[in-house]
Design a protein around this ligand. Structure first.
Ligand code: HEM
Length: 443
């Protein structure tokens, strides 16, 4: 152990042999929040592995931006790669850099504004499907909506019918749920577990991949260029190398977009509806703004800049309902101020923990959109989408989807929690309220 290594304190609660693993697995929220205040850099023992937990805006910037080229993604992503392929989330090095450059145009403003049409249509259809007083499984419905929005943004042509986009969305949710469990188990264990419904689950995952393959084949065979996400992925050419993506690479990128974009966005949307129901004063402000800006119309991409209070509210939602833990690995010896980070060190950071640190966000459990009125000082400690070259490529997509969906629903309904509501805040990848049954009341 080097002397620098010596100065990094070990987090409280280490147990013999298992270190901090059990506390991290079983009491995620309490454990992560407890790490705030123990230091900017804290040592964790995860079984036999040592990891450094990074908890400061400056060190995060150093890790995610300044040293981005010398920091890889780490061993959890190796497991995830076996499940979802080598797309943007799991790829490292030149493959990641090349694909990121090739995919970036599909997330430009002009493209997002065309995906926004799908977002409006789907959100309006969801709101129109509810009846006053009925019980709605809002968590399931927003997960399905998020899947359909990605499916239809990927493929806007006749090659994917609306029914097929619904099927793809539903199957993608199986892929995501299974992946969350399997990524935490040692390789090969899941396949051997006598889980009820395992065969059905495997068949659904196969069907998801078969539909994706079929779509790619149809686009390749179609002489017409389609100006949607899939069309852009298939025709993207790297400026430096002139290469295009193979079908297998496009397949992995599509799977990745579903995995990265559905659970995160739906957790935020569920969190938003839940918090509005619990905070009537905030709900009033957001409803007033939606009524004034929309004046009875469906929301569109052009409305986004005027929905400022809604955006501040969503900032609070993203602060509260964040990813609880992300991993990196030092691919080089690094020096951060007085700390030496040896090559190979596992690095962990937690948007959730940073976003609940009292030093940045007094009374962090409270939803207070006004803390963002002059929130420039908060920006460095706000990383719901991470930052740097591995930050979320879908950030603008997610903002458009969250805002449009919220506005389309709120223009018709207030969503209430039933008296027997059993909502708990569950941490899978992202914190989310579950099960979120709500009752729509017409406005
Ligand atoms: C509220 C919604 C969302 C949140 C909070 C979110 C958050 C994040 C975060 C924190 C990362 C970094 C992950 C890491 O370091 O391992 C990330 C990466 C990524 N996200 Fe999102 N995301 C959201 C929505 C989306 C959407 C809608 C899409 C696609 C349509 C998307 C696609 C991706 C991809 C492809 C990456 C990997 C980027 C790379 O490494 O180059 N995300 N996201």
């Amino acid at each position: 152990m080097s002397r620098d290594d010596d100065r990094v304190p070990t987090a409280r609660g280490r147990m013999p042999l298992i270190g901090h693993s059990l506390a991290m697995a079983l009491r995620k929220q309490r454990f992560m929040r407890g790490l705030a205040g123990q230091g900017d850099l804290v040592r964790l023992r995860l079984g036999r592995r040592t990891a450094y937990y990074v908890h400061s805006a400056d060190l995060l910037r150093q890790m995610l931006v300044t040293d981005a080229r010398r920091v890889g993604k780490g061993w959890v992503y190796d497991r995830v790669r076996n499940l979802i392929g080598n797309g943007l989330v799991t790829a490292d090095g030149p493959v990641h850099a090349t694909h990121r450059r090739m995919m970036q145009p599909a997330f430009r403003r002009t493209c997002i504004s065309s995906y926004a049409g799908v977002m409006t249509e789907e959100a309006a259809a969801l709101a129109a499907s509810w009846r006053p007083g009925e019980r709605v499984a809002v968590d399931d419905e927003v997960a399905q909506l998020a899947g359909v929005v990605i499916a239809r943004s990927l493929c806007s042509s006749r090659h994917l019918t609306k029914e097929a986009s619904r099927r793809l969305a539903s199957l993608s949710n199986t892929v995501i749920r299974t992946m969350s469990v399997r990524a935490m188990l040692p390789m090969g264990v899941w396949e051997r577990l006598p889980l009820p419904g395992a065969r059905r689950t495997t068949a659904r995952i196969r069907e998801f991949h078969a539909i994706v393959d079929e779509l790619i084949a149809r686009y390749r065979a179609d002489p017409e260029h389609h100006d949607d996400l899939l069309g852009i992925l298939l025709s993207a050419r790297d400026e430096d190398t002139g290469t295009t993506m193979t079908d297998a690479q496009v397949h992995d990128e599509i799977t990745t977009l579903f995995v990265a974009g559905v659970e995160t966005t739906s957790a935020a949307l569920a969190g938003a509806f839940y918090e509005l129901a619990r905070n009537p004063a905030v709900e009033r402000q957001v409803l007033d703004e939606v009524d004034e800006v929309l004046a009875g119309r469906e929301p569109s991409f052009a409305d986004l800049p005027r929905l400022t209070c809604t955006r501040r509210f969503l900032n609070e939602v993203l602060r509260r309902y964040s990813l609880w833990f992300l991993m990196r690995q030092a691919n080089d010896d690094l020096r951060w101020g007085s700390h030496h980070i040896p090559r190979g060190t596992t690095l962990i950071f937690s948007p959730y923990s940073l976003h609940h640190d009292e030093r940045f966000y007094p009374d962090p459990g409270r939803i207070d959109p006004d803390r963002w009125l002059d929130g420039d000082h908060l920006k460095s400690a706000f990383v719901p989408f991470s930052t740097g070259p591995r930050g979320c490529i879908g950030e603008s997509f997610a903002w458009a989807e969250m805002t449009i969906t919220l506005a389309a629903v709120l223009r018709r309904w207030r969503l209430e929690l039933p008296a027997d509501s059993k909502v708990r805040l569950v941490t899978s990848g992202t914190l989310r309220p579950e099960p979120l049954t709500m009752i729509p009341t017409p406005r």
